[in-house]
Design a binder for this molecule. Structure first.
Ligand SMILES: *Cc1c(COP(=O)(O)O)cnc(C)c1O
Length: 472
C-alpha cells in the first residue's frame, strides 16, 4: 500500500511537471494572434487560470496521467474564456415567461425617451440641484413634482429610490414611536423580503393590528385609536387575494374616521397606476388620482411596476404632509439618483394624452397588445422554429401575468410557442436557451418549453430563432 502510494505521488509530480508553462504557450503563433485581437494581459491571465484548472483537475483525479495536451485546442479554450470574461455580468435577457413585470428579470424595460434622457444626463453635467432661472440652489425633487401633481391631482409629491423606502419614510415621519393601525388582512409580505410588519417596526412605529385575516370593519379601527395613534395604514395586498367572505372598510370610511381623530391616512399601493387599465383585463387596480380624490393623505407606489419607468418610490398627497417628508433627515439616505430621476421624468411626460403610454411605454404596450397580434406573432415564430431540424413548434393559447407584486393572480390571455426537440428534453432546451449569448427565459409546462409572446417584442424574434438554431 505504502509503496504504491509513494509511487503514485511520484507519478503525479511528474505529470504536474508535464503541464506546459505559461511562457511557452505565449510563444505559440495562435497566442500571438490572440494577443493582437485582445490584449497580452488578457491572454496571459486566461492562460494562467486555465492551466491552474488543469493542475487542480490532475491533483483531484485518480489517474496520474496528464490527458493529451493539444496546444491549439487549449488556446481556443483561452479565447472562449476571454470572450466570456468580456461579457458583463448584468446583461440583457429576453423575457419569454409571459410575466410582464418580472422582478427577477429587472421589472419594467424603459421607453426609448427615458433611455435618451438617461444618456443625456449621464454623459454631461445637469441642473440636478441648480435653479436655472435664479442661478441659486435647486431641488432634485422639483424636476418631477409638478408632473406627478398634474397626473395624480396631488398637492405635492416627493420621490425616493423605491417604494419600500417610500413606505418606510412615511412611517418614520408620521408614526415614529407612535401607533400605526393596520388591518391584519393587509400585513403582507412582498417578494424580496419586504414584510409590512417588519417595515413598520424598523421605521420606529408601533404596529397595532386590527380585525381578522378576512374581515376588518371601520369600528375595529376606531376602537383601536388611542392618544398615541397617528396613522391609519392601508396596503394593497398585491400578491394575494382573499376571496369569499371578506371585507375591509372603504377608503371613505377610513378617511372620515381618520379625520375625526386627526390622523394621517396612508395607502401603500405598490404598483400604482396613473391611468385606468380596466380595459386591459386589469379591472381592480385603483388609479392614484381616484384614491387621492377619496381623501387619502399620502399614497406610495413604485416607479418600475405598472407605471413602466425606472426603479423609484413615489409619494404623492397633501402639501403639508409632503413638506414634512422633504424635511426629514432620512430622505437624504433614500434619495433617487439622477439617472433614475431623468428616466422617471421622461416616462411621466409620456402619460398624457391617454392613449400614448399604451404605445410608448413598454410595460403598457405589452399589456395592451391585442390577442390577435399575439396569435400572429406566435404563428410567425413557430413557423421559423419549424425550419430548424429536429425542432417541433406550435402556436398555442397561454396565460400571461402582470406580475411584479401587482396582480399576479390576474391572468391575461396570451399566445405562446410550444417547443420540443427530437434530440433533447424540454429542460435541456430551456437550459441551453438560458445560456445563449442573449439568454432567452421561457417556462416549462408538461415537457414542453413555452415562449410567451406577451412579453417579447418583434425585434427579439431573430435572436430567439438564432439561439434555437445554435443550441437545439
Ligand atoms: C412592490 C411593492 C412594494 C415595494 O416596492 P419596491 O419599489 O419594490 O420597493 C411595496 N408595497 C407594495 C404593496 C408592493 O406591491
Amino acid at each position: 500500500m505504502e509503496f504504491s502510494h509513494e509511487r503514485a505521488g511520484l507519478m503525479k509530480t511528474e505529470a504536474l511537471r508535464d503541464i506546459p508553462q505559461v511562457q511557452g504557450l505565449l510563444e505559440h503563433p495562435r497566442a500571438a494572434a490572440l494577443s493582437n485581437t485582445y490584449s497580452r494581459e488578457e491572454v496571459t491571465s486566461a492562460l494562467r487560470w486555465l492551466l491552474d484548472q488543469v493542475r487542480v483537475n490532475l491533483l483531484n483525479d485518480q489517474s496520474c496521467e496528464l490527458p493529451d495536451f493539444d496546444s491549439s485546442e487549449f488556446l481556443s479554450e483561452v479565447e472562449r474564456t476571454i470572450e466570456l470574461r468580456r461579457k458583463t455580468n448584468l446583461r440583457r435577457v429576453i423575457n419569454a415567461t409571459g410575466i410582464v413585470i418580472h422582478t427577477n428579470l429587472g421589472r419594467a424595460p424603459l421607453a426609448s425617451d427615458a433611455v435618451e434622457a438617461i444618456r443625456s444626463v449621464a454623459t454631461s453635467y445637469s441642473n440636478l440641484e441648480f435653479d436655472l432661472s435664479s442661478a441659486g440652489r435647486g431641488s432634485r425633487y422639483d424636476h418631477v413634482e409638478t408632473l406627478i401633481c398634474e397626473l395624480t391631482g396631488a398637492e405635492g409629491a416627493v420621490v425616493v429610490n423605491n417604494c419600500a423606502a417610500a413606505v418606510f419614510l412615511c412611517l418614520a415621519a408620521f408614526a415614529r414611536e407612535r401607533e400605526v393601525i393596520a388591518s391584519r388582512g393587509e400585513l403582507i409580505e412582498i417578494g424580496g423580503s419586504f414584510r409590512m410588519p417588519d417595515v413598520i417596526e424598523q421605521s420606529g412605529a408601533i404596529l397595532v393590528e386590527v380585525g381578522t385575516t378576512n374581515k376588518t370593519r371601520i369600528s375595529d379601527y376606531a376602537d383601536a385609536v388611542t392618544s398615541e395613534t397617528t396613522v391609519f395604514l392601508k396596503s394593497h395586498t398585491s400578491n394575494y387575494r382573499i376571496v369569499g367572505f371578506s371585507s375591509v372598510p372603504s377608503r371613505a370610511e377610513l378617511v372620515e374616521t381618520g379625520r375625526q381623530y386627526g390622523l394621517t391616512v396612508i395607502e401603500d399601493l405598490g404598483s400604482g397606476v396613473l391611468v385606468d387599465m380596466s380595459h386591459l383585463g386589469l379591472p381592480d387596480e385603483p388609479v392614484v388620482r381616484d384614491i387621492l380624490g377619496e381623501g387619502i393623505d399620502l399614497v406610495t407606489f413604485s416607479g418600475d411596476k405598472l407605471l413602466g419607468g425606472p426603479q423609484a418610490g413615489i409619494i404623492a398627497g397633501r402639501l403639508e404632509a409632503i413638506a414634512k417628508l422633504k424635511l426629514h433627515p432620512l430622505l437624504r439616505a433614500m434619495r433617487i439618483d439622477k439617472l433614475s430621476l431623468a428616466a422617471l421624468e421622461a416616462t411621466l411626460r409620456l402619460y398624457p394624452p391617454y392613449d400614448n403610454p399604451f404605445t410608448s411605454i413598454p410595460v403598457l404596450r405589452s399589456l395592451a397588445t391585442p390577442l390577435e397580434a399575439l396569435r400572429a406573432r406566435a404563428q410567425h415564430v413557430a413557423s421559423q422554429c419549424r425550419e430548424i431540424e429536429g425542432l417541433h413548434a406550435e402556436a398555442i393559447q397561454s396565460v400571461a401575468y402582470a406580475g411584479g407584486g401587482s396582480l399576479p393572480q390576474q391572468d391575461l390571455e396570451s399566445f405562446a410557442v410550444s417547443l420540443h426537440s427530437d434530440g433533447v428534453s424540454a429542460q435541456t432546451l430551456a437550459d441551453r436557451l438560458r445560456m445563449a449569448a442573449t439568454p432567452v427565459i421561457g417556462r416549462l409546462a408538461s415537457d414542453r418549453l413555452l415562449l410567451d409572446m406577451r412579453t417579447i417584442e418583434e425585434n427579439d424574434i431573430p435572436e430567439i430563432v438564432g439561439a434555437l438554431k445554435q443550441y437545439q
